[in-house]
Design a protein around this ligand. Structure first.
Ligand SMILES: [Zn+2]
Length: 74
């Protein structure tokens, strides 16, 4: 199991999140850093990049689809 239901905010996790994910402040959707807008609500302003917020969204997704936590990134 990769992270279980909680995603520990370690320095490695912070670097991963900073370079790849962000959260829409309007609808809470997790989107990639490369996206210019939210694919759900079309928000184009500032996104939430706090690793704790992104980690909470990842945990939410993992709770919905537990099979994802069995993926080993190494
Ligand atoms: Zn949105």
């Amino acid at each position: 199991m990769l992270y279980g239901r909680r995603f520990p905010v370690t320095p490695k996790f912070k670097r991963l999140v900073a370079g790849s994910l962000k959260v829409c402040p309007v609808c809470g959707t997790l989107v990639t850093q490369a996206a210019s807008h939210c694919f759900v609500c079309a928000w184009q302003g500032r996104f939430l990049r706090d690793p704790w917020i992104v980690g909470a969204k990842l945990a939410e997704i993992a709770a919905t689809c537990p099979e994802l936590t069995d993926v080993n990134p190494n």
